[in-house]
Design a protein. Structure first.
Lengths: 305, 233
């Protein structure tokens, strides 16, 4: 009978259609599951916090470990007893799986202890707003050490890191800026390392400041002004030499007689340090002159021969 | 056994770490490189071989994996003034010396050698170049220098030490034997020589005299446009 035949065919067609739909759904589910399971480790889990600054440096472990070994092996073999693997682990433990706005000094204590080393007297070189110049100087004159020339600073320079409570515990996408929260892994690290670097200084210490910035060469809000100055030990440090460097051909916003320098001098004198300030300390200026050989300030000494 | 220092401790960690340091931080413009593969290629150039039988071409794979362009006008060749070159080159931003390329960066200031019939590195001692020329480190720098010269273009700079014993332009020397012969004349517009004396050092050599004159003559004969200045400020 035609009706019965018709409904049988409809049923067959329905079964076929349902079958196809089920297959399609299964396929889609399989693809979605596969992509979720095999996605690269840098995929941000939807639960990871999002911040405004760049994320953890890729291959952080290899970089930090390599730098540690490089430092103790190729540069300062006197530090041969340092355990680089332990040092890396203590750095990782300081921030992994933690909320990056809740980092404390205690988190970094093990790392600080493992990686710190004594600094020879008269060699500490502090700096503020002279990053490029001061490191070019220490690269060519190994008589001075900035924080970035110590093991801790050397490992961490130009590298960034932060964790997150959700797996894998390290956030490679973004990390908090200081303006988002102060107790972030980078800021806390550098504050602690700077404090220890100042505490370890002895003899005559040097500081390279920038006499070409409008806001003033010495700022109380800088790490130098807020942490290092106050952690120099008057029982160990006898003198502070200030090198006030101006950009060649740049604005001469401040010199040794300037306001902010006078403020710095009074703060230091109150703590019983002897101060010497020099405008455009010549050996460093020669380095600046490499990029401006024709400037009048860069002519070779005309009065000494 | 040999007269030279042994392999630097933790060589593998240092080389791999430097490789990542370079591609992630120092010069990310070179793009993605496989640092583990680079280490393997580096190591395979000299392990399991007589440490006096290593040739520059043994490092060919290493060089192929770590090669990247050297921007025109940024090449800086030098002799006897490594510290000055480092600050002059400003970490590759002003100039890119061999030590600022990936292949030079990973090997700088390190020492290494292997031994025949053993996959291990020799940490006790390594042959000096006096004992045998074809040693792992010498051949590495020969290969690196050749490569660096081949890939240099535009205006190239040479920084020489006017206070050096024996002259500012050493012969034999890397610049003389491996770099000059491998410069690609068609790619080079000018060669600028700077002779710099050590501060308060003796003025042994200058433009137009002694070894520097030899260098200038050689380069001019090869057809290059050459200039020379003394005590570059």
């Amino acid at each position: 009978m035609p009706l019965q035949q018709g409904s049988a065919r409809t049923r067959q067609r329905t079964v076929l259609l349902v079958g196809i739909v089920v297959l399609l759904v299964a396929l889609v589910v399989a693809v979605v599951l596969a992509s979720l399971l095999t996605h690269g480790r840098h995929e941000v889990s939807p639960k990871m916090l999002k911040w405004k600054d760049r994320g953890t440096t890729k291959n952080l472990q290899e970089v930090v470990l390599g730098r540690c070994y490089n430092y103790i092996t190729a540069q300062y073999p006197e530090l041969g007893d340092k355990d680089c693997l332990k040092i890396w682990e203590s750095l990782k433990d300081a921030f992994i799986y933690k909320n990056p706005c809740n980092i404390t000094a205690e988190d970094y204590q093990p790392l600080m202890e493992l990686a710190s080393h004594p600094i020879p007297c008269n060699k500490s070189l502090f700096w503020s707003k002279t990053n490029d110049l001061v490191h070019r100087y220490t690269k060519s004159n190994q008589n001075f050490l900035t924080l970035e020339d110590t093991l801790l600073g050397y490992m961490a320079d130009r590298v960034s890191w932060c964790g997150d409570p959700s797996a894998p515990g390290i956030n490679y996408e973004s990390c908090p800026k200081r303006s988002e929260c102060e107790s972030n892994p980078g800021s806390v690290f550098w504050k602690m390392a700077s404090k220890m670097f100042a505490e370890a200084a002895c003899g005559v210490v040097q500081v390279m400041l920038n006499g070409s910035i409008e806001a003033g060469a010495f700022r109380s809000s800088s790490i130098f002004g807020s942490i290092e100055v106050f952690n120099l030990n008057p029982d160990k440090v006898s003198e502070v030499h200030i090198w006030l460097m101006q950009d060649i051909g740049g604005p001469q916003s401040e010199s040794c007689s300037g306001h902010s320098i006078q403020r710095l001098i009074s703060i230091l004198e109150e703590r019983n340090f002897k101060i010497v300030c020099e405008d455009n300390y010549r050996p460093v200026q020669l380095l600046q002159c490499v990029q401006n050989p024709d400037h009048t300030d860069c002519r070779l000494c005309t009065n000494s021969t | 056994k040999w007269k030279g220092e042994g392999t630097t401790q933790n060589l593998e960690n240092i080389v791999i770490g430097r490789c990542y340091d370079y591609i992630r931080i120092v010069n990310p413009a070179v793009g993605e490189k496989n640092c583990s593969q680079i280490w393997e290629a580096f190591k395979n150039a000299f392990i399991n071989k007589d440490p006096c039988s290593i040739l520059p071409k043994d490092y060919e794979l290493f060089i192929n994996l770590s090669l990247h362009t050297i921007p025109p006008n940024k090449s800086l060749f030098w002799e006897n003034n490594q510290l000055l070159v480092n600050s002059f080159a400003d970490r590759g931003r002003r100039y890119m010396s061999l030590g600022d390329t990936l292949f030079g960066f990973v090997g700088d200031f390190l020492n290494w050698c292997g031994q025949a019939d053993s996959p291990g590195l020799d940490y006790e001692s390594c042959p000096t170049t006096m004992e045998c020329e074809n040693n792992a480190v010498e051949s590495f720098w020969r290969m690196a220098s050749i490569t660096y010269a081949q890939h240099s273009s535009g205006v190239i700079h040479v920084l020489l030490n006017g206070s050096a014993d024996g002259g500012a332009y050493p012969q034999p020397g890397f610049f003389a034997d491996y770099e000059i012969p491998n410069l690609e004349k068609g790619k080079i517009s000018q060669i600028v020589i700077w002779v710099v004396d050590d501060i308060e050092g003796p003025d042994i050599d200058s433009c137009g005299v002694h070894s520097v004159k030899t260098l200038q003559t050689r380069l001019k004969t090869l057809g290059y446009d050459v200039t020379c200045s003394d005590n570059n400020k």
